[in-house]
Design a binder for this molecule. Structure first.
Ligand SMILES: [Zn+2]
Length: 308
C-alpha cells in the first residue's frame, strides 16, 4: 500500500481518438500501477468534478459558459488544438476536481498524486495547447479560499513553457511560478514566470538537473511556500515528438526525485500532476509518469523511515 493517495477517474480520458495527445495514457498509467503492484485498488480515490465556483476563481464567466454550451469561436477552437466535445468538458472539470482532491490529500499525507491534470497552457479567458481548464490554478485558489494554505509554488517541468500559469498568477505575490522548458518551442509568446529556466535544444540529463535543482532550492528557501504543485511533464524525454530536449528516463526520474526531496526536506507537501508526454511509443510516456509515482513513494518512505 502506498503512503499517499492516487487520484484517478476513468472520465479523465478526453475521448479524442487518434491524436498526438494520448489521452488513454491516464488509464494506462492507472492500470500499470495496479498490474505492477506499485499500488493497490484502495490507494486510488475518485474525484468529483470541480464546482463551477471553484473554476470561476481562475477562469472568466464567459470562457466557462462557452465551454459548457459548446459555443467556442473558430479561433478559440483552433487555439485549443483538441476537438471540442461534452466529454472533453467533463474530463477537464474532473481533472480540476482531481487536483483539488490531490492537494487536500497532500495536506494530510505529504503527497497527493493526480493521475491527470497539469493543464498549464489554459488561461483565464481561453484554452490553448490541449488545455481548457487550469486545474493547478483552480486547486491553489480553492485551498487558499479554504484557508488551508496562503502561499504555493508551482514547479513546471513540462518541455513547454507554463504560459497559462505565468499569466494567471502574474500579479499574485502568493504564488511562485517556476518553469523549466525548451526555449525554442511552443508557446511562441512566453509571459514571464517568477523564474523561467530557458533551455537550449537537446539539453541532456546533467545540465538539466544542474539547472533545475538549485533553482528549486532557492525558490523554496526564499519564498517558503506551504505547498508545492509539481507539473511533471514526460515530454522532455529524448524521443518525444513535440519536445526537443534529450533527457533519458533515468534523468527524468532523478528530476522527479530531486524536486520531491527538496520539498520533503523542508516539510512542504507535494501535489503531482502529469502534463504532456508524446513519445513515439506511448509505453514510454506511461513509464515516465509511473516513475514519477515511484519517485514520490521513494521520497515519502525515506522520510517515514527517518522518523520511525
Ligand atoms: Zn508539454
Amino acid at each position: 500500500m502506498l503512503p499517499f493517495k492516487l487520484i484517478y477517474h476513468p472520465g479523465y480520458d478526453l475521448n479524442i481518438g487518434a491524436h498526438v495527445f494520448p489521452s488513454q495514457k491516464f488509464r494506462l498509467i492507472a492500470e500499470t500501477l495496479l498490474k505492477e503492484k506499485v499500488a493497490a485498488p484502495e490507494d486510488f480515490l475518485q474525484p468529483v468534478a470541480a464546482a463551477d465556483d471553484d473554476i470561476l476563481r481562475v477562469h472568466t464567466r464567459e470562457w466557462v459558459r462557452k465551454l459548457q454550451t459548446g459555443t467556442l469561436s473558430a479561433s478559440e477552437a483552433m487555439l485549443l488544438e483538441v476537438p471540442y466535445s461534452q466529454e472533453l468538458v467533463e474530463a477537464v472539470w474532473l481533472a480540476a476536481g482531481g487536483t483539488i482532491l490531490a492537494a487536500q490529500c497532500a495536506l494530510r499525507d505529504g503527497f497527493g498524486c493526480n493521475i491527470g491534470g497539469g493543464f498549464h497552457h489554459a488561461h483565464a479567458a481561453h484554452g490553448e495547447g490541449f488545455c481548457a481548464i487550469h486545474d493547478v490554478a483552480v486547486a491553489i485558489r480553492r485551498l487558499q479560499a479554504d484557508g488551508a494554505i496562503q502561499k504555493a509554488m508551482v514547479v513546471d517541468t513540462d518541455v513547454h513553457h507554463g504560459n497559462g500559469t505565468a499569466h494567471i498568477f502574474r500579479d499574485d505575490a502568493s504564488v511562485f511560478t517556476l518553469s523549466i522548458h525548451q526555449l525554442n518551442n511552443y508557446p511562441a509568446h512566453k509571459p514571464p514566470s517568477t523564474v523561467d529556466l530557458n533551455l537550449d535544444d537537446r539539453v541532456e540529463d546533467d545540465e538539466y538537473l544542474e539547472t533545475l535543482l538549485p533553482a528549486v532550492r532557492k525558490g523554496l528557501d526564499e519564498f517558503r511556500p506551504q505547498m508545492l504543485f509539481y507539473v511533471g511533464g514526460a515530454d522532455p524525454y529524448c524521443e518525444d515528438q513535440l519536445g526537443g530536449l534529450s533527457l533519458t528516463k533515468k534523468g527524468l526520474h532523478e528530476r522527479d526525485r530531486g524536486v520531491f526531496q527538496e520539498a520533503r526536506a523542508r516539510g512542504i507537501p507535494v501535489v503531482t500532476t502529469l502534463a504532456g508526454g508524446y513519445a513515439r511509443r506511448v509505453e514510454d510516456t506511461v513509464r515516465i509518469h509511473v516513475n514519477t509515482i515511484l519517485a514520490a513513494r521513494g521520497v515519502a518512505e525515506l522520510r517515514d523511515s527517518a522518523h520511525s
